[in-house]
Design a protein around this ligand. Sequence first.
Ligand SMILES: [Zn+2]
Ligand SMILES: [Zn+2]
Length: 267
Amino acid sequence: MSLQTLIPFLTHWADATRSDLIRYVIFSVGVWFTLWIVLATPLAGRKIRPDQPPPRQLLVEFLCSIRSIMIFSTVGLLSYSLFSAGWMPGPYLARELGPVWFWTSLVLMIIGHDAWFYWTHRLIHDRRLFRTFHRRHHRSNNPSPFTAYSFDLGEAAINALFVPLWMLIVPTQWPVVGLFVLHQIARNTLGHSGYELFPARKDGRPLLPWLTTVTHHDLHHAQAGYNYGLYFTWWDRWMGTENPTYLARFAEATRSKRRATSSLSQA
Ligand SMILES: [Zn+2]
Ligand SMILES: [Zn+2]
């Protein structure tokens, strides 16, 4: 392969890395600054754990996340190469299927990724794989918004591979992939933020019980072996891997807010 043929691929990689990095920095620093600095006092009652992780942990997570993004862009180049070579006609097909398919394919992609994440996550918790694939992520026992992409190389590759695999099987437009990534980064960053942001019902149960909450994933970091799901609670419930203390911990993390609301309604 001559340098001339490589140039479009290298340019694509550099552009993708730059935009992925910018998006990551905006989300992670934005969530950290908003929740941990600006809203720290009003959200104090929603803090899941009393202690903060040390600043050094946040810095290491940030650097590891930058490395993960390099992996994401490299795997992204695989999708781009398959598409450019004409081996991935999905985006063209999807365009012909119109706007209803546009939104349906986005929902399906999120549901598909949740299943991919649950099962690959359980796999890398196997003793034989854990040290190589998943130890980095679990070094953060008390997560922060920077933990979201703090992965070992192998885990970053497994996560990124979902996109080309999905696009080879299901007709998906490129803008759908863009929205999927935005949703993914938002849920992932908020899910590691250390504050329970999801609404609770009066009895302390999650208002949307089928969505994973911040407490749900926080518990996975505190006690591995439970709560492998990413966006939805389905797989953990079907497979019996939901932490038995989850609902009680969620109620605890949202209690002060509910107390404030009920005293307001009594006033
Ligand atoms: Zn894990
Ligand atoms: Zn995590």
